[in-house]
Design a protein around this ligand. Structure first.
Ligand code: FAD
Ligand code: SF4
Length: 447
């Protein structure tokens, strides 16, 4: 048995910047078994305390060590219907892996991914309750809630605005991190469980939440945080300034990187500046790199404050993305099209509300970076449409206010995922969807 963490193969950076194929290749059967055998099978598995979906990690790892992969998947599916997705994008280093007591810690996410990719999902029939629930949005929160509810015997209809299910998993996270086949396979599994997903159905335009309430026993709103924030600086309306949301959607959902095979075009500028420090900024930069651009990320704090996952930053560096820290944009320069961005240098002061040190501008440190395209990735807020059609109480950032049962201010209307939390992670959205499903089920049983 190995004492070190089993590593996986990755596509060579020099090759992968010319394609959109997955970077991390995942465990082989032999590697997965070796890694699973390192698990100490702790009497109190701390790893499970770090999993928002509450997966029986110790048990599924034991099944992998025993080469019982279908049984391992069955254990995971009891708690999480999106294992191939979570095995790829969960920040495990901050969750289950962080809590694992073994040294080095077990690579639980890669084991979950291995099981999801290499086992059969078995569908069992359930007794119907005759209750109907509408779910608005098919991102991880909506998919998790609907799969739980259908397994409890309820009829579930998901309304999705876009022409494909998955939310950010489909339109935001790039193919080289999360292949869309994996998202579609897991959405199809949820459909096979009996969930009906109605695409191209914008709630708030086609029908209101009030109308849904007449037809359904409860409504779960999971419309995410798809509204991009902008900087509010001069020049932001010049040609070739994109929100990360638009840039990523064009490439991931509309396959603009395959233009003209796909009809959506995308600007391929020689020099691009991406503004931001989260996963969204890093994803945008890595997509731009694959489109052939010279890419620089500018971030107003230092590297250690970057919210993006370490692994993603490392991958971006390997791919030749440049980073300029302690730098903030103050003006975008150009006539019709972007020609440069004027920036100011920053220093770090005392911690702010986020707990990170506050960036403070350094006087007279302005300078210009020449570029032909800018991608703004400084965050996103809740999709506003639903809020315009139904008067739900909202929180600080216009997110829908919910209590610990994910109930909103209107009876029978629940909400979860990014629309309620602001902006979080896939597994937190799944957690919300699961808890809301449990609460809806209990309320319906009580009558
Ligand atoms: P979403 O995924 O946003 O889904 C909401 C769905 O609702 C969408 O499909 C939308 O079209 C639909 N919708 C909206 N309004 C309506 C309406 N009126 N009617 C019908 N449907 C509607 N998290 C991680 O854990 N790991 C990562 O690596 C990671 N990377 C990320 C990269 C990017 C580029 C982005 C943007 C986010 C990333 N996140 C990551 C965050 C994570 O993706 C989100 O927290 C998660 O997707 C939120 O799930 P959700 O179901 O609440 O909403
Ligand atoms: Fe295995 Fe680590 Fe969980 Fe212990 S904490 S059961 S070693 S994965």
């Amino acid at each position: 048995m190995h004492v070190f963490e089993m590593k996986t193969e990755e596509q060579n950076p020099k090759e992968r910047i010319h394609n959109f194929k997955e970077v991390c290749l995942g465990y082989t059967k032999e590697q997965a078994i070796e890694e699973a055998k390192r698990c100490l099978q702790c009497p109190v598995p701390m790893c499970e305390k770090g999993c928002p979906a509450n997966i029986s990690i110790k048990k599924f790892i034991k099944y992998i060590a025993d080469e019982e992969f279908d049984l391992a998947l069955k254990v995971i599916l009891k708690k999480n219907s999106l294992p191939g997705i979570c095995g790829r994008v969960c920040p495990a280093e901050e969750q289950c892996k962080k809590k694992c007591i073994n040294r080095p810690a077990i690579n639980i996410a890669l084991l979950e991914r291995f099981v999801a990719d290499n086992s059969e999902k078995i569908i069992e029939s359930v007794k119907k309750t005759g209750k109907k629930i509408a779910v608005v949005g098919s991102g991880p929160a909506g998919l998790a809630c609907s799969s739980e509810l259908v397994l409890m015997g309820h009829e579930v209809v998901v309304y999705e605005a876009l022409h494909k299910p998955g939310g950010v998993l489909t339109y935001g996270i790039p193919e080289f991190r999360l292949p869309k086949k994996i998202v579609m396979d897991e959405a199809n599994y949820i459909k096979k469980l009996g969930v009906s997903i109605k695409l191209n159905s914008v709630v708030g335009k086609l029908f209101s939440v009030d109308e849904l309430l007449k037809e359904y026993d409860a409504v779960f709103i999971a419309t995410g945080a798809g509204l991009p924030y902008f900087l509010g600086i001069n020049g932001e309306n010049l040609n070739n300034v994109y929100s990360a949301n638009e840039f990523l959607t064009r490439n991931n959902l509309m396959k603009a990187y395959k233009f003209p095979e796909y009809l959506t075009p995308i600007k391929r500028a020689k020099k691009i500046v991406v503004i931001g420090g989260g996963n969204v900024a890093v994803d945008s930069a890595r997509v731009a790199k694959r489109l052939g651009s010279d890419v620089t990320i500018i971030y107003r704090r230092s590297r250690s404050e970057m919210p993006a996952r370490d692994e993603e930053i490392k991958h971006a560096e390997e791919e030749g993305v440049k980073f300029m820290f302690l730098t903030s944009p103050i003006k975008i320069i150009g006539k019709d099209d972007v020609e440069a961005v004027e920036c100011i240098r920053m220093k770090l002061g005392e911690p702010d509300d986020s707990g990170r040190r506050r960036p403070i501008p350094i006087e007279c440190s302005e300078f210009k970076i020449k570029c032909k395209q800018i991608i703004v990735a400084i965050g996103q807020g809740p999709n506003p449409l639903i809020g315009k059609t139904i008067s739900l109480n909202t929180g600080k950032k216009e997110n829908i206010a919910v209590n610990e049962k994910y109930e909103t201010s209107i009876e029978k209307v629940y909400a979860g995922g990014d629309i309620a939390s602001g902006s979080a992670t896939v597994i937190n959205a799944i957690h919300d969807g699961k808890i809301a499903a449990k609460e809806i089920d209990e309320k319906l049983k009580r009558g």
